[in-house]
Write a protein that binds this ligand. Structure first.
Ligand code: GDP
Ligand code: MN
Length: 346
């Protein structure tokens, strides 16, 4: 079964065990960030820390994406923080607009309804485009054509620890497809039809499900067969672009997109990446970057201090500290139970 992770449900939860092969070519990889001009200060903070903790040693290029052109100020400030090459890309309009099969009235109703019941950013049109772009379009941008790997970076996040190895080589040499370091339970009211839509996809395309896929850790044991809402917190992810470009992922994205869930509901890229990876990738090719200290908003992952010069307090490892919250929970909650289920699921 799942030896890579099998020690991890217990006290070795935070042990970091990167190992390397000996392939020599440098991975074709980039740090990528979808960001607004107005978020420059937050991005500067994220970039500074990631450069200091990691990229100044490896010099992978940065690629910035925006649905409008970046300002000269944005370009100058970001290029100034790295000796690596920076690219500034505009998202094609057809990747950031309402598809013609979407009923605008129904979309407007959804904005109003999710806004009224308090689903986070449920009223924002741009948030819907953003989630859809992160789900099905980022890897289609022409700038990424010559790249195989990406590390997603958001403004205003924190990287707490030194990272003393090339994470892209690690991914490539170990044949990993997807890396994460936090799980959350997001507001299930944002995607009421996601699981039934996913089940219908599985029924329509059973041949696309990987024989070594493990969906058990995503199923609610109390309510058999339902999605338990666990998701890789996708603002941190290190992944294979080839995986996202694969037939399986593309068909799954199109299936969801055709159903309108990005606009009639508020499908997030986190649950969609999670379900896609879980269906199409063997679990042994999904990596928990427990050694990378990281924070997004109130969600923090901090490894033990011992090894990596971290500037954060280690996340407590206490069975009772984390609890599965009800599916109706209106908050994004960091959820260690999800990670335990992922790691210890066999
Ligand atoms: P949250 O983490 O789910 O609350 O979502 P964020 O607001 O942080 O957005 C996720 C990422 O997409 C961040 O990197 C944002 O900078 C970026 N983003 C969100 N909306 C837009 C937008 O309308 N335009 C651009 N260019 N970037 C956006
Ligand atoms: Mn964010």
């Amino acid at each position: 079964s799942n030896n890579r992770h099998s020690d991890a449900a217990g006290q070795n939860l935070w042990k970091s065990v990167p190992t390397f092969g000996h392939k020599s070519a440098r991975p074709r990889a980039a740090l990528i960030s979808l960001v607004r001009n107005s978020e420059l200060p937050g991005l500067v903070q994220s970039m500074r820390q990631l450069e200091y903790r990691w990229n100044r040693k490896y010099n992978y290029p940065w690629i910035f994406f925006n649905e409008e052109p970046f300002t000269d100020e944005f370009k100058a400030a970001t290029q100034n923080l790295t000796s690596a090459q920076c690219y500034y890309e505009v998202v094609p309009t057809e990747h950031w607009s309402l598809p013609d099969w979407i009923d605008e009235g129904r979309f407007m109703n959804s904005l109003e309804y999710l806004g009224a019941i308090g689903v986070g950013k449920g009223w924002m049109i741009s948030y819907r485009h953003m989630c859809r772009w992160n789900s099905g379009f980022f890897y289609k941008h022409p700038r990424l054509r010559d790249f195989d790997w990406y590390w997603r970076v958001e403004p205003d996040v924190h990287y707490f620890c030194d990272i003393d190895y090339d994470v892209f080589r690690f991914m490539r040499d170990n044949n990993m497809k997807y890396g994460f370091n936090m799980n959350i339970l997001d507001d299930a009211r944002s995607f009421p039809s996601l699981w039934s839509r996913t089940r219908s996809f599985i029924n329509a395309h059973p041949e696309l499900i990987h024989p070594d896929a493990d969906l058990d850790w995503l199923l609610d044991s109390r309510n058999s067969g339902d999605y338990n809402n666990c998701q890789f917190f996708s603002n941190f992810e290190i992944g294979s672009l080839d995986f996202f470009r694969s037939e399986a992922n593309e068909k799954y994205f199109d299936w969801l997109d055709r159903g309108g869930g990005f606009y009639y509901e508020r499908f997030g890229d986190a649950p969609i990446h999670t379900l896609s990876v879980a269906m199409f990738v063997p679990k042994s090719e999904i990596w928990f970057f427990r050694d990378i200290g990281y924070q997004h908003d109130i969600n923090r992952h901090c490894p033990p201090q011992s090894s990596h010069r971290c500037s954060c307090d280690p996340t407590p490892i206490d069975e009772n500290f984390y609890k599965l919250v009800p599916l109706e929970s209106p908050q994004k909650k960091p959820d260690d139970t999800c990670i335990r289920q992922f790691l210890g699921g066999d």
